[in-house]
Ligand binder design. Sequence first.
Ligand SMILES: Nc1ncnc2c1ncn2[C@@H]1O[C@H](COP(=O)(O)OP(=O)(O)OP(=O)(O)O)[C@@H](O)[C@H]1O
Length: 609
Amino acid sequence: MSFSKAQTEAVTHGKGPCLVLAGPGSGKTLTIVNRMKYLIEELKVRPEEILVITFTKYAAAEMKNRFIQLMGNKSLPVTVGTFHGIYYGILKWAYRFGPQNILSEEEKYQLIRHVVNHQEIEIFDEEDFLQEIATEIGKIKNNRLDIEEYRSVKCDPAAFCNIYREYENERKRVRKIDFDDMLVLCCELFQSREDILRMWQEKFQYILIDEFQDINQVQYDVIKMLAAPQNNLFAVGDDDQSIYGFRGADAKLMFQFQKDFPDAKQILLDINYRSTSNIVENALKVIANNELRFEKAIHANKERGASLHVQEVRDPVEEAEYVLDEIQSRIEAGGKPEDIAVLFRIHTDARPLVEGMMERKIPFQMREHMPNVYNHFIAKDIRTYFKMALGSRERQEFLQIMNRPKRYIGRDSLSGKTVAFEDLRRFYCDKDWMLDRVDQFEWDLKMLVKMAPYAAIQYLRKRIGYDDFLREYAKERKVKINDLFEVLAELEEASRPFATLEEWFTHVEEYTNALKLREKKREEIRDGVRLMTMHAAKGLEFDTVYIIEANEGQVPYKKALKEQGVEEERRLFYVAMTRAKEVLKIIYVKNKNGKETSPSRFVDELFLV
Ligand SMILES: Nc1ncnc2c1ncn2[C@@H]1O[C@H](COP(=O)(O)OP(=O)(O)OP(=O)(O)O)[C@@H](O)[C@H]1O
């Protein structure tokens, strides 16, 4: 493999700051590992003086491996790690921190849950809420924001302030630090102890950073201190692939680098070695619509290759079938499942596909957690209605749905572990209006049992009045009714293929168990088609890539638009497109959850001349 002129220039850069702007597939890793070699062999830098920072442990391990290979299987004492890993190492050394001082992610959630439960806030989806709160806490720390001035997007600002303070107090009380504290504490340590800072500055003479576009304020502040005074700082990044704004990453820091180091050398790695020129040109067409970016003229090294294919399908069920058929024929033709990836914006977009993969027994791997829609409270209500329609009379089940919608049935009317409609009628014998309601309830259950699940859910929504219940529920708990209707519509759509309630139950149970099993073995599964979010695909490459649900609302994801704006969503779409080496297919649906939906604006941008 021979280096391009720009790659050579980057590898052989001498002292002082250098910003390497790199397009996708332009060989960033290759450049970094070769520069490490160059520093050691040509500039006679001691390996101990080299620090390489990546964003994930996975990337760090990959980088180290490639370096060892390049050095002829010799392991040299260079330091390669993540920001968190490196900064934690410094804290460990300074404060004798150990694992007992680290708040694991699980402990962190427990702590947040504990704190939240002490506030008087109505929560409709606890898992979702806690996650959002954790993200906001991280954002404050990573951007070094003032809690007094921070406006929470998830809950009342005063309540959030309390949650944050309580969380911090509790954390300190148990003498633990969370992931983000590692960065903040390291920054404070360097600011307050010049002697310690000097020692680390002397240790790391050359600093190389990969994926520089994902750096956040506190990481940047620390690295600037650490690199001084020589500023042998070699930063490689692609502002177009900055996709962690929601976690505090700030691509503007790449522009800041130029201001902070005006004499920095700038190099552009402008050749894409990964993808066919068709893929590269189309991806550039999309990203060109972003305003905040370094203009780069990127060229593909490969031939034109297959044309980019955009496929319109009726709905997510047809979409899953389309992709599954394609994948099956690729595998039958000798393609390796691991070389195929299906990318989506949010996990829930993948449900029909996951169900189909399981059914057709196509091997697949999914590293991220996939939430199970059947665990949602709406799904649980539907299940209970169906169970009762099939004859179950458990008190617990009755309690769950007897007032969804409101029937004004009181708990005091129930006695024993099971419930009989006759007993209810006896209890309400002197209240005609209640007798009517009890009769109607029983009648509705009799109607449900005769229907296919799809019709039964519609009957539940419109005739029984479950939609009205949800409207009231949303109003009382101040949650968005449309979010609830979306879940309901998804469940309705997913029930379409089943002829009877029993069939539906079997499917839900099998799917739930299979998903649970996968969750347990998530880390062990290494083979099969790769299913992942666009975020998780960062840094990876596959022969064939399918991007599904390329629809407005999904990508750009409507919930993310408000926070990060359309440009970050466009970058995400660009990252997804540029993962493909040979074949890229983008699919959008015409109809989702019973509503017409339009293709993503990014798909439209592909067709603009
Ligand atoms: N000079 C070169 N000649 C041939 N192939 C190259 C060259 N440089 C890089 N490549 C190949 O191009 C592909 C992309 O390289 P790499 O994964 O390092 O890109 P990257 O810049 O990290 O991409 P991204 O930012 O999109 O994740 C790899 O398969 C790599 O081996």
